[in-house]
Every structure is written in structure tokens, then in C-alpha cells.
Write a protein that binds this ligand. Structure first.
Ligand code: CU
Length: 158
């Protein structure tokens, strides 16, 4: 696929099916001035109890992996305004990766990347408000991913 096409890749068929669709374009706030060039799009589709979230990013440094997650709050000037990771369940017997939404993205040679996560739930309105891109890949045990670089507000669940 041509790199230029990546940011336009929205599956129109999902929209036509009448599923709930949430969008965010940004970033809303950049927390690290070294990432002022970053552009983001977030799209989420929900139907029949399943949600698919897609993060599309450009303007990243080439060939690196950045952690990214759905967070509870909307973006603010304070990097912590976006709150913690959205967790659909606090059941510690379930791996974090299955109860949070992880969108770790690896940039290509042009600094573009796309990540998609599909989860077997839908967001209740008001419970998830942003996608945060972090400096490091997500630690699969702790969920930590380093400093918050950029935040895109998305009103998940309508
Ligand atoms: Cu995060």
C-alpha cells in the first residue's frame, strides 16, 4: 500500500452498516515538543458487542515502536489529565492486554504507522476519552510505556 493511502483508509462498509462510530483527529495536545509534527486519526466502530479501534499516525521518527492506549479522560495540558488506561474489567486473572485497549504503533521509514485493536465489548459513554501515544513499547506485564508524547481526545461510546 502506498504510504499516502494509509491515513485515508476508513472502511466505509462499517459506516454503512449503521454501527456506532467515534472519531478523533489530532493530536489534541502534544506533550513533548519533539513530536510537534505528529498527526493522528482515531476511529472506533462498535457493533454486536464488539469494538474495533484504529489509530493512524504520521510524523513520527522512522522505524520505532511507540506504546499507545485508550485512556479514561480527555486530553489536557497536563499529561496526566487523560487519566489511566481504560480497563473494561479489574479482574487481575485476565491479562491486561485483554481488558485494556493497546494500540502500539510501529512507524515505517516515512514515520507513518497504523494499529488496530478489536475487543469483545463496547465502551459505555463517558468511560473512555482519549488515545495516548507513549515514548516506549507497552510492557505487556505492567502496561507501562514511558512518557506521554501526544494525546488525541475521542469521546468513545458516543
Ligand atoms: Cu497509555
Amino acid at each position: 500500500m502506498a504510504a499516502a493511502a494509509v491515513l485515508a483508509a476508513v472502511p466505509a462498509t462499517a459506516v454503512a452498516a449503521g454501527v456506532l462510530v467515534d472519531h478523533g483527529h489530532g493530536p489534541t495536545v502534544v506533550h513533548d515538543a519533539a513530536y510537534e509534527q505528529v498527526k493522528t486519526q482515531v476511529h472506533a466502530w462498535s457493533s454486536n458487542g464488539t469494538t474495533r479501534v484504529r489509530l493512524m499516525v504520521s510524523g513520527l521518527p522512522a522505524d520505532r515502536t511507540f506504546g499507545a492506549h485508550v485512556h479514561t479522560g480527555g486530553c489536557g495540558a497536563d499529561p496526566l489529565a487523560s487519566g489511566g488506561h481504560y480497563q473494561h474489567s479489574t479482574d487481575a486473572t485476565v491479562p491486561l492486554a485483554e481488558r485494556e485497549v493497546w494500540l502500539d504503533v510501529t512507524s515505517d521509514e516515512r514515520g507513518r504507522g497504523v494499529a488496530t485493536a478489536t475487543v469483545p465489548w463496547t465502551f459505555a459513554p463517558g468511560t473512555a476519552g482519549s488515545v495516548v501515544i507513549h515514548a516506549l513499547p507497552t510492557n505487556t506485564t505492567t502496561g507501562a510505556a514511558g512518557a506521554r508524547l501526544a494525546c488525541t481526545s475521542v469521546a468513545f461510546g458516543g
